[in-house]
Design a protein around this ligand. Structure first.
Ligand code: SF4
Length: 281
């Protein structure tokens, strides 16, 4: 397999709805909540999905209560499942196994998330040996992504995740420690906030540079005005996290969906390649 360069890989991790069969609007179930005004079972098309697979209320999603739709980002998984895994054939065609197609969407989203993580680390200054290990994982993941539908299982992906995790953890520490060293600081146990419950907390008074918030609950917390350089956001729940005026330029493992879920403003600084959410004033 020819390995894509990092820029090409990153570009392929952006959604292209024009090449997708509206999969996120069919595959997932929605529960009536702050994010959705209706219940919808998995596998059933949303009432607002047009024949063309476009959204009939795209320009007024937030006003109509579909905040969740403005946050969701498939990282390019939708078009990959549509065009590569199922060879450009839609779930609307009788002979296509729709339920299998829908079941693969969340798996492919996770594959693309892992690809994003790997491309993020590979773009940083890491030891040569670790870069080789990551490239091996990348190649394996790219091959897995091309598997036929029956082999794209959650179990296979979980096994990959478990193998990759120690390397992600070690390299996160390496990158965060190096980043802090550049500004005369040292990584300490206080920087390790994995899975911390910080819901609604005001963290904006502390210097959080270099902190690991992997899997942490930051829902509604306040990091406004903070320099979030070398902060690891892998898997953190950042819904309504206040990042007004914050600097996210050098944050680690930050996905577009996380950015979309945050509350920023015109002073929030993002790295190149991220889209500025329209609800950030
Ligand atoms: S409201 Fe629009 S974007 Fe949201 S699920 Fe329905 S069709 Fe898709």
């Amino acid at each position: 397999m020819t390995m894509p360069d990092l820029n090409t890989l990153r570009e392929s991790l952006k959604p292209n709805c024009a090449n997708c069969f509206g999969l996120c609007c069919v595959a997932f179930h929605y529960l009536k909540s702050e994010d959705f005004p209706i219940n919808k079972p998995a596998g059933q098309p949303c009432v607002h999905l047009a024949e063309s697979y476009a959204c009939n209320i795209h320009s007024e999603l937030r006003e109509r209560g579909f905040k969740g739709c403005t946050v969701y980002d498939c990282l390019g998984a939708g078009q990959f499942v549509s065009q590569v895994t199922f060879h450009g054939r839609s779930w609307r065609e009788g002979e296509v196994d729709g339920p299998r197609m829908f079941a693969i969407v969340p798996i492919m989203s996770q594959v693309h998330e892992l690809l994003l993580y790997i491309s993020d680390i590979l773009s940083r200054d890491i030891p040569e040996g670790d870069a080789r290990l990551l490239e091996t994982l990348l190649e394996e993941l790219l091959l897995f992504r091309e598997s036929p539908p029956e082999q794209l299982t959650g179990t296979a992906l979980m096994a990959f995740r478990q193998r990759a995790r120690p390397l992600f953890v070690r390299l996160s520490q390496h990158i965060r420690a190096n980043g802090l060293k550049q500004v005369g600081l040292t990584l300490t146990p206080l920087h390790e906030q994995d899975r911390a419950d910080l819901i609604g907390r005001n963290v904006s008074r502390h210097d959080v540079r270099g902190t690991c918030y992997r899997g942490a609950l930051l829902i509604g917390a306040n990091l406004s005005g903070q320099d979030l350089s070398y902060v690891d956001f892998m898997g953190a729940d950042v819904r309504d996290l206040d990042v007004r005026g914050a600097v996210l330029i050098d944050s680690l493992f930050l996905t577009q969906m996380q950015v979309n879920a945050m509350n920023g403003d015109r002073d929030t600084k993002l790295a190149l390649g991220y889209m500025r959410p329209s609800h950030w004033l």
